[in-house]
Design a protein around this ligand. Structure first.
Ligand code: G1P
Length: 292
């Protein structure tokens, strides 16, 4: 049976970004730049490369600039055109999602990731969708979501990207237990959000890329608070698997992941992305060498 195409992606961008104050006092953390592209642009790029056609942002107060970023800017384009800056202009236009391909909705209270995803239910509707957590930059080719969609096209169901983490960090993440930890794609038999130290079912953590079936929304609607007093997506996924008998697969991501919600992760991402750029790599390498 053919599986419904994954056309829509949800980006929860309502978080306050308190770890980056004062930089994020008046600017959303998702607009901090990794080299010359905002973090959110890198994640939207990943989704576009994977074939996503509709980009759904769950925003909050003070996030209006994200909406502006994904809109055309007539005055700027006009000025670039007049000055003959054709390269800059065509790059701006390439980055822009098409008319009608973006939607913005608001999470009105910070009740957790599960609640943020639930806020997108009317826009997603009754079809499977992708979910990308913008803090987590998945670096390297092939792109993570693209690999997940390939796996989904084989088996259908729900898919979660995972990667290994050291045992002393498992309590910071959602952790999954899988049938075959060495396989690229494996059935998930256990999921737990932020397990107490020493109780994790494996060392594979949920890296922030998901393909989910729409039944998750009804479960989220009635989901009670979990770890950290928040409505947890992982708790609703556990019910989707156990109560509704849906399949969950882990797709192991083999590239580098930079957590741009942390200062060290964000700074490292800037260095790694700069070193991957032909126009910057040599100069950046020389500057790092002189600093060290
Ligand atoms: C969320 C998810 C968690 C996942 C993590 C990845 O947690 O709930 O399962 O491992 O993102 O960054 P948060 O970072 O919002 O606490």
């Amino acid at each position: 049976m053919t599986k419904p195409t994954i056309r829509k992606a949800v980006f929860p961008v309502a978080g306050l970004g308190t770890r980056f104050l004062p930089a994020t006092k008046a600017m959303p953390k998702e607009m901090l730049t990794v080299v010359d592209r905002p973090v959110i642009q890198h994640v939207v790029d990943e989704a576009r490369d994977a074939g996503i056609e509709h980009f759904i942002f769950v925003t909050g107060r003070n996030k209006g600039v994200i909406e502006d970023h994904f809109d055309s800017m007539y005055e700027l384009e006009h000025t670039l055109e007049q000055r003959g800056k054709t390269t800059e202009l065509s790059r701006l236009r390439e980055d822009l999602p098409g008319a009608g391909q973006t939607s913005f909705t608001r999470q009105q209270a910070p009740l957790g990731l599960g609640h943020a995803v639930w806020c997108a239910r009317e826009i997603v509707g009754n079809e499977p969708f992708a979910l990308l957590l913008p803090d987590m930059l998945h670096f390297d080719k092939p792109p993570c979501l693209g690999e997940m969609i390939d796996a989904y096209n084989q088996s259908g169901g729900n898919h979660i990207a995972v990667a290994p983490v050291s045992e002393d960090q498992t309590h910071q993440y959602g952790i999954v237990g899988v049938e075959d930890a060495s396989a690229k794609v494996s059935q998930i038999h256990a999921m737990v959000e932020k397990p107490a130290p020493g109780t994790a079912p494996s060392n594979l953590y949920i890296t922030g890329r998901y393909i989910l079936q729409p039944e998750i929304f009804d479960l989220l609607e009635n989901q009670e608070t979990g770890a950290g007093g928040e409505i947890q997506l992982t708790d609703a996924m556990i019910k989707l698997q156990s109560d509704l008998d849906q399949s969950f697969h882990a797709v192991r991501f083999d590239g580098q992941i930079y957590d741009c919600g942390s200062k060290v992760g964000f700074l490292t991402a800037n260095i790694a992305y700069a070193l991957a750029r032909e126009d910057l790599a040599d100069d950046v390498r020389a500057q790092i060498a002189s600093l060290l």
